[in-house]
Design a protein around this ligand. Structure first.
Ligand code: PMP
Length: 682
């Protein structure tokens, strides 16, 4: 959809007049635009029908206009809708506008200013963002308009909206004062103010890269239509030029994609023969919006992160506030409130006893730190020979070298890097399923390794209960419990990599809770910031921290040898704090349970399909394991065609949607997966 959103500094700023005139002028320059008024209040009852004033105004100019929701009371949309027993919703309004536009150029006219409420939580600015049209700001030339204009411009720009320009308009006559008692002097003052508004607004616009497109004088009552058209003509020409530039958008996008293909590496792809990528233009709630306007239901939470969906207000505002106060500062020799507050919030939340915290800048780095902690702990205990890690097959812990060395050797491509990676110990994948009775024999292999190599092992590292990228396997919590007990027998540390499972995904806040254990070291990342920022933490018990800390010079000097540049980045801390608040304030457990039930309902029937090896669901994770590796290229395209974003790999089609996903969208994700299997697309 192309066109403009016409908004104003206030109610009665002159938006409708400007919109009506622009619709005529743009019509002369190019395609005749359709004026759409998403919400109109203050309509007049005329017999059985309603007279919609703004539509009538546009039509009186010879333009074409329609209003989508019309109410009689001359008040704010939220109140008018409420009185009519209706509820306006921003995304629905945006869809209706798009449907009405049907490929035509549009001028969408707001109601009042930017923060006019549409319902109790959304306002006009939210609608503008949902439509993502460039804005034209109509400024009523009067005392106070500089303040209103600046606030409006900054609010729009803070939301990433393009502002095509401002139109300044005098809506009151030059002589609207009562005659007598110094009226002339007052009028001279007023004239000075209004003339200065033009200069000051221009200056303000230059500072914010928003041109002042027109300065329209007072045009009488009823106003002089021809004079208005004449004074807006140059503005219309500029806006038409920008529209023409919007038209070349498709060509630009094709160039962007070609550049991407030529120069950018995407995860796990070839640089010379990359798989296709889809251009995402924006995101909201549980949706990804593609550049061509198609909306996809997100089934991936951007690889476990976006548990609150996208564009969550609490998270965005917390980050904006933090940015306004303090950007990044080094953490060496410095501390700050966001870092302290986040630790204060995390320590009582995680399994009890993880009282020390190291800020890392990504999940992989937090794993590196965990490995170093474990080795330093063993050194501090006088066991420097304990440098190996024991880990189950099918694990995944990140892509840096240390992390990679404890990933599944096949999927981690260890043969490719065998000179680079240290040799660690790989035991059988935990064989007992989450949903079957526990078989104690599943710990036999761990026992065997511990017996044979116990003196060389610093720690066992594993993902608690859910193995993620290495195979999406859910194993029995008693396995974890048993492993923990075996570790304790030999003072071998247990590192729980909760980077994917943490913050509710499995139905517990942390997956270790299924086994009722506190690991010695725990890595958290991904959903920690709700997907807003990179960042992770490595937490450990006092025993580990004090052990490392107490070491003498010969055994490491008590210093943990790590310190990333972006350690405890304040923006990351602010995002994480807000994300934790948001999660805890939400009925996340109930939501995850509901998602789990819907995923079971939607995917179970596939179990009997010949091309499916297994179907498993736990918490907000649904997995369909296929008999043969999937064809990613065709399957990805199939899913996009079906309006969902699901990224399969290898033998796995899996869903881990944001917790805020409406249940009907969970059903749509499942329908897409079922169709892919049933139509032989895998
Ligand atoms: N551990 C696990 C269990 C993960 O799922 C991931 C990411 N997929 C990582 C570690 C690595 O995290 P990052 O990508 O942030 O480095």
């Amino acid at each position: 959809m192309q066109g403009y959103f016409v908004t104003g500094t206030d109610t009665d700023a002159g938006k409708t007049t400007v919109t009506a005139a622009l619709s005529v002028l743009l019509g002369r320059e190019g395609a005749r635009p359709l004026v759409i008024k998403p919400v109109q209040t203050g309509c007049l009852k005329k017999g059985q029908s309603l007279l919609v004033p703004d539509v009538a105004c546009v039509q009186s100019f010879g333009g074409e206009a329609c209003a989508l929701h019309c109410y009689e009371p001359p008040c704010s949309p939220h109140l008018a809708a409420d009185l009519a027993g209706e509820k306006l919703c921003c995304q629905d309004l945006a869809c209706e506008v798009r449907e009405k536009a049907l490929g035509r150029t549009v001028l969408v006219e707001g109601a009042g200013g930017l923060h006019v409420p549409l319902n109790e939580s959304e306002d006009m600015l939210d609608l503008m963002q949902a439509l993502s049209l460039p804005a034209v700001l109509v400024v009523a030339n009067k005392l106070g308009c500089l303040n209103h204009a600046r606030l409006s411009l900054e609010a729009m720009q803070a939301r990433g909206l393009a502002v095509a320009g401002m139109v300044l308009i005098r809506t009151l006559p030059d002589t609207h004062y009562d005659a007598g008692c110094g009226a002339e002097a007052v009028q001279a003052d007023e004239e000075r103010i209004l003339s200065d508004n033009v200069i000051s607004l221009k200056r303000m616009g230059e500072a914010l890269s928003v041109p002042l497109l027109a300065d329209i004088p007072y045009l009488g009552d009823p106003f002089d239509r021809e004079a208005l058209l004449l004074s807006l003509q140059p503005a219309a020409s500029v806006l038409q030029e920008k529209l023409d530039a919007q038209c070349s958008h498709e060509k630009e996008r094709a160039e962007d994609l070609a550049f991407d293909r030529e120069h950018l590496w995407h995860p796990y792809t070839s640089a010379s023969k990359p798989l296709p990528v889809f251009m995402v233009r924006s995101v909201h709630d549980n949706k990804l919006v593609l550049d061509d306007g198609r909306e996809l239901i997100d089934g991936m939470s951007s690889w476990w992160c976006a548990v609150h969906g996208y564009g969550n207000d609490r998270l965005k505002k917390a980050m904006q506030r933090q940015l306004a106060v303090m950007s990044h500062v080094m953490f060496g020799g410095i501390t700050h409130r966001p870092a302290i507050e986040l630790a204060r919030r995390l320590i009582p939340l995680v399994p009890e006893g993880l009282d020390h915290l190291f800020y890392a800048d990504s999940g992989s780095v937090s794993v590196e730190v965990a490995l170093k902690m474990a080795v330093q702990y063993q050194i501090s205990k006088g066991r420097p020979q304990r440098q190996k890690f024991l880990t189950p097959m099918g694990g995944y812990h990140g892509d840096t070298q240390g992390a990679m060395s404890v990933c599944d050797p096949v999927t981690g491509m260890h043969t490719l890097f065998n000179r680079l990676l240290p040799d660690h110990l790989f035991m059988e994948r935990p064989s007992c399923r989450f949903d079957k009775p526990f078989d104690p024999a599943s710990l036999d292999d761990a026992r065997r390794f511990l017996k044979a190599y116990g003196d060389e092992i610093a720690a066992i590292i594993l993902e608690p209960v859910v193995q993620g990228a290495g195979g999406m396997w859910f194993y029995h919590p008693d396995y974890l419990k048993g492993l923990y007990a075996l570790c304790k027998e030999r003072d071998i540390l247990l590192i729980a990599d909760e980077i994917a499972t943490g913050f509710g995904r499995t139905g517990k806040l942390f997956a270790c809770e299924w086994a009722g254990i506190t690991p010695d070291i725990c890595c958290l990342g991904k959903a920690l910031t709700g997907g807003m920022m990179t960042g992770a933490v490595t937490m450990c018990t006092t025993n580990v921290a004090q052990g490392i800390g107490a070491a003498d010079e010969e055994h490491g000097g008590g210093i943990l040898m790590h310190g990333p540049t972006f350690m405890a980045n304040p923006l990351f801390c602010a995002a994480a704090l807000a994300s934790i608040d948001e999660l805890l304030a939400s009925p996340w457990q109930e939501r995850v349970l509901q998602i789990e039930a819907r995923l079971k309902e939607g995917l179970s029937s596939l179990r009997s399909h010949t091309s499916v090896r297994d179907v498993r669901v736990l918490g907000a994770i649904g997995v369909v394991e296929t008999a043969e590796p999937v064809n990613m290229r065709t399957l990805q395209a199939f899913f996009v065609e079906h309006g969902v974003w699901i990224r399969p790999f290898n033998h796995l089609i899996y869903l881990m949607p944001p917790f805020v996903t409406p249940l009907q969208d969970i059903d749509r994700l499942c329908v897409a997966v079922r169709s892919a299997v049933q139509e032989g697309c895998i």
